[in-house]
Write a protein that binds this ligand. Structure first.
Ligand SMILES: Cc1cc2nc3c(=O)[nH]c(=O)nc-3n(C[C@H](O)[C@H](O)[C@H](O)COP(=O)(O)OP(=O)(O)OC[C@H]3O[C@@H](n4cnc5c(N)ncnc54)[C@H](O)[C@@H]3O)c2cc1C
Length: 425
């Protein structure tokens, strides 16, 4: 690292942070990427790890390896705890790092709407550890049901509740239904996995509200065909280790999965900056933080607006948006380091579309006017997701696994590893 070159610190090596780092590859700067994990996680396929279709290493890659050829980039594994904007320092759990430019890309996490105590019994899906924990809970529920002595307990163990019917909730519900009705159908002697109840609960009036009504209705119909009970306009008012309380009743369930809400990382607090209701840092048209032209927030941790007058509202918290923001900020910083004096063009978000899969041979795709569903949608979804995996090896591996699972109905990663005390219910 040089003493004279400007130092760009990138906090978080998710979709946004990595893209910012790559955009600085030719800049005369030292780029320091800090992440609390040693790996970048491809979150759109995490539910496949949680439902035993893929293994963790198929959807996550060491950050060091991704950036190994970028000689101006250094990777530090450390947890950011605070920022001193007056001294331009990032404080972590182990080192303090000085910056000339700072890019905050620390993402978001689950929000339990003021009920953080639900987190233990209703884990959300964000990191590899969450996925393996949920996988363990799902598989253990079947094992315990095989051992259960009474019918009520067996029924509780074979009830899976997913809270929140956005893309993640829908994908989880569809995949658990397939595990129960197909993958495990022949594997047990004392229980019939096909008798499992998979219940998807949504507080709003329809599933996947981001989609137009016809596609949302298709998703709901397909879920029902796969044996998922869909409860819309239904509010969860309590979660405990034995089930969920609804406004109008209770469901006994051994497995509860939270897919209902997100809150930004504490970046706004670190900066003492203005934030929106989801805790995201409010940023200007060039994604910089008010009063700090050298500090930027991007991706899920930023509240950025689309260009005024074009009917575009808040930029959504999805991977393409984070990548576009990362690329924009990386290029902007590189231009400033190279001495550019003109004001930058404001960031313009290009929405590429929405897609989600409901399981085997069923997905929805909305790209502008193009709408695909069913097998075609599923094929498109599969190709897109394989294409965006980082390692070429994993593209082949994942494509092969999906093909194999498609033919055999199997899920190869059905391993129950360590069982922590809280999962021994
Ligand atoms: C289960 C799931 C499924 C999804 N499916 C889709 C999908 O199908 N399509 C889609 O477009 N989007 C999807 N998304 C959303 C998408 O993954 C996010 O919008 C995207 O990851 C945001 O990128 P980011 O760079 O802002 O944050 P992230 O990718 O979340 O990266 C944040 C990084 O910051 C690090 N970090 C956080 N806090 C700290 C700290 N204090 N110190 C150091 N490092 C820290 C984290 O370890 C992480 O590596 C999904 C998200 C989830 C959780």
């Amino acid at each position: 690292m040089s003493q004279d070159r400007p130092r760009v610190v990138i906090a978080g090596a998710g979709f946004g942070g990595l893209e910012a780092a790559k955009a600085l590859r030719a800049a005369a700067a030292d780029v320091i990427v800090i992440d609390q994990q040693n790996h970048h996680c491809f979150q759109p396929l995490l539910y496949q790890v949680a439902t035993a279709a893929l293994s963790p290493a198929d959807v996550a890659w060491p950050i060091r390896r991704i950036l190994r050829k970028q000689s101006n980039a250094t990777v530090l594994m450390a947890e950011i705890r605070g920022i001193d904007t007056s001294k331009r320092l990032v404080h972590t759990d182990s080192v303090t790092v000085a910056y000339d430019f700072l890019v905050l890309a620390t993402g978001a996490t689950h929000s339990y709407f003021g009920h953080d105590e639900w987190a233990e019994v209703a884990p959300g899906l964000k990191r590899i550890e969450d996925a393996t924990r949920i996988r363990r809970r799902i598989l253990i529920a079947f094992e315990r049901a095989e051992l259960a002595a009474d019918d009520a307990e067996r029924a509780r163990l074979l009830t899976f509740v997913i809270i929140g019917a956005g893309a993640t909730g829908v994908e989880m519900a569809g995949a658990i239904a397939e595990i129960a009705r197909r993958t495990l159908a022949m594997d047990f002697r004392r229980i019939d996995p096909k008798a499992s109840r998979i219940i998807l609960i949504e507080a709003g009036p329809r599933v996947m509200p981001i989609l137009p009504e016809n596609l949302s209705a298709y998703v709901q119909r397909t879920l029902r065909q796969k044996g998922v009970e869909v409860l819309t306009s239904t509010r969860v008012v309590g979660c405990d280790s034995r089930g969920v309380d609804l406004e109008g009743g209770r469901i006994d369930a051994a497995t509860i999965i939270w897919a209902a809400g997100v809150v930004a990382s504490p970046a706004a607090r670190w900066l003492d900056a203005e934030q929106d209701r989801a805790g995201r840092v409010k940023v200007g048209p060039d994604l910089s933080v008010s009063g700090h032209p050298e500090v930027f927030a991007i991706g899920d941790t930023a509240a950025a607006m689309g260009p005024a007058g074009e009917g575009i509202q808040a930029i959504p918290g999805i991977a393409p948006a984070a990548k576009q923001m990362g690329r924009y900020v990386g290029r902007l910083i590189a231009a400033r380091i190279a001495g550019a004096r003109i004001s930058p063009q404001p960031f313009r978000y290009r929405h590429q579309g929405d897609l989600a899969t409901i399981g085997r041979r069923a997905a929805v795709v909305k790209l502008g006017r193009l709408e695909l569903k069913g097998f075609l949608g599923w094929l498109f979804w599969s190709v897109i997701h394989v294409f965006f995996l980082i390692e070429i090896r994993d593209r082949f591996v994942v494509a092969f696994i999906w093909l194999w699972d498609y033919i055999t109905f199997q899920r190869g990663a059905r391993l129950i590893t360590r069982v922590p005390p809280q999962d021994r219910s």
